[in-house]
Design a protein around this ligand. Structure first.
Ligand SMILES: Cc1cc2nc3c(=O)[nH]c(=O)nc-3n(C[C@H](O)[C@H](O)[C@H](O)COP(=O)(O)OP(=O)(O)OC[C@H]3O[C@@H](n4cnc5c(N)ncnc54)[C@H](O)[C@@H]3O)c2cc1C
Length: 306
C-alpha cells in the first residue's frame, strides 16, 4: 500500500460518517432485509451464492442483541419466501458475546435452530483474537447439541490456527478460511504479507487433508490460484468446496471463477450498524486515498470526479 494510503488508513476514524458511508456504499447491500434480498437475487441470477450478514457488532445491550436475532429470523423467512440461494453469517458480538457468554449462546442457538428448521446454514464469523477461544467453544457446544448446520471461520494470520484445525479435525468442521482482518500482536499473529499467505496455504492443505468442507475466502489472486490447484490435486468435485468473496470487491475476478465452473459465495452485509464494517473495508481498499480525495473534491466543488 502506498504511503498516502497508509496515512489515510490511520486517520479513517476521523473522517465524517457521511463520507465513510458514501465511499463504502458498494460494500453494503443497504439497511433493510428487502435491500439484501434485491442484491442476493441479482447475485443468484449471475450464478453466485450468497451469505447474508446482519450488521450488528456495535450492539451495546441485550435488547439490541435480540433485535439482531429477530433480524436473522426475518432473513431466513425472506430466503425461503424468495427462494434465494443464500445462507447467513453471524458475528457473536452482535449476538451479545461481549455482554455475557450465556446470552450469546442462547441467541446463537436460536439462530442455529431456525436455520436447521428451514434447512439452512449458519457461518460464525471470526472477530478479533480476544474472542477466538470463546467463539470456538460456542461452535463446539452447538455441534455437541446436534447442530451440524453450523460452520466457523479460521484466520491464517493467527499462529494458533493450525493448532485449532488439528484440534477441531475430529468434528470435520465446515471452515471458511480467511487471512484475518484484525490488527493483532506479533506474539500471536504473523505480520508479514508473505507469511500470512504461506500460512493460508498451509492451513488450507491441513483442512483438505482432514476432510473438511472449505470455503476459500480471498481476493488475493495468488491464493485463488493456489486454492484452485489444491482442490484439483485433492480430486474434489464442484460441490465439495467453494470460493467466497465480499460484496463490491474484485467483481471481475469473481465472474471469472463462476465462468470457470467454481462455486462462489458472496458475503452480503446489510443493516443499520454499517460503520465499523465500512471502516474495515475501506482500510483494505488499495485506492482509499483516491476515493477520499475525490469525495472531498466532489463535496467542495459539487462535481463528480470519481
Ligand atoms: C467472504 C469473506 C468473509 C470474511 N470473513 C472474515 C471473518 O469472519 N473474520 C476476519 O477476520 N476476516 C474475514 N474476512 C476478511 C479477510 O480476513 C481479509 O481481511 C480480506 O479478505 C482481505 O484479504 P484478501 O485475502 O482478499 O487479500 P488482500 O491481499 O487484502 O486483497 C487482495 C486484493 O483484493 C483487493 N481488495 C481486497 N480488499 C478490498 C477492498 N476492501 N476494496 C477494494 N479492493 C480490495 C485488492 O485488489 C487487493 O490487492 C472475510 C473475507 C471474505 C472474502
Amino acid at each position: 500500500m502506498a504511503l498516502l494510503d497508509r496515512a489515510i488508513v490511520r486517520v479513517l476514524p476521523a473522517i465524517p460518517r457521511s463520507v465513510v458511508r458514501r465511499i463504502s456504499d458498494s460494500y453494503i447491500a443497504g439497511t433493510t432485509v428487502a435491500d439484501a434480498v434485491q442484491v442476493v437475487r441479482a447475485l443468484n441470477e449471475q450464478g453466485k451464492m450468497a451469505t447474508i450478514d446482519v450488521l450488528g457488532e456495535e450492539v451495546s445491550g441485550r435488547r439490541e442483541a435480540l433485535e439482531i436475532v429477530q433480524a436473522y429470523h426475518d432473513v431466513f423467512e425472506a430466503i425461503e419466501r424468495e427462494k434465494l440461494d443464500s445462507n447467513v453469517s453471524v458475528k457473536l458480538t452482535g449476538l451479545g458475546l461481549s455482554l455475557a457468554y450465556e446470552l450469546c449462546r442462547s441467541n446463537l442457538l436460536r439462530v442455529g435452530r431456525h436455520a436447521a428448521e428451514s434447512g439452512n446454514f449458519v457461518r460464525i464469523d471470526m472477530e478479533d483474537s480476544t474472542t477466538t477461544t470463546e467463539t470456538l467453544e460456542l461452535y463446539r457446544e452447538l455441534r455437541a447439541d446436534g447442530l451440524d448446520n453450523v460452520g466457523i471461520v479460521l484466520q491464517a494470520a493467527l499462529r494458533r490456527s493450525i493448532r485449532d484445525i488439528r484440534a477441531l479435525a475430529p468434528l470435520e468442521p465446515n471452515v471458511r478460511l480467511v487471512k484475518g482482518i484484525y490488527l493483532e500482536s506479533p506474539l500471536i499473529a504473523y505480520q508479514d504479507y508473505e507469511e500470512v499467505r504461506s500460512n493460508f496455504v498451509r492451513c488450507l492443505r491441513e483442512l483438505l487433508r482432514a476432510g473438511s468442507y472449505v470455503a476459500i475466502a480471498t481476493h488475493d489472486q495468488f491464493l485463488l490460484d493456489e486454492g484452485k490447484r489444491l482442490v484439483a490435486a485433492q480430486g474434489l468435485t464442484r460441490e465439495e468446496y467453494e470460493f467466497q468473496m465480499l460484496l463490491g470487491v474484485r467483481e471481475l475476478a469473481a465472474n471469472r471463477l463462476v465462468r470457470d465452473g467454481h462455486r462462489l459465495r458472496i458475503y452480503v452485509p446489510f443493516g443499520e450498524h454499517w460503520y465499523r464494517y465500512s471502516l474495515r473495508r475501506l482500510q483494505e481498499n488499495p485506492k482509499i486515498a483516491r476515493y477520499v480525495a475525490s469525495d472531498t473534491l466532489n463535496r467542495l466543488f459539487g462535481t463528480d470526479s470519481r
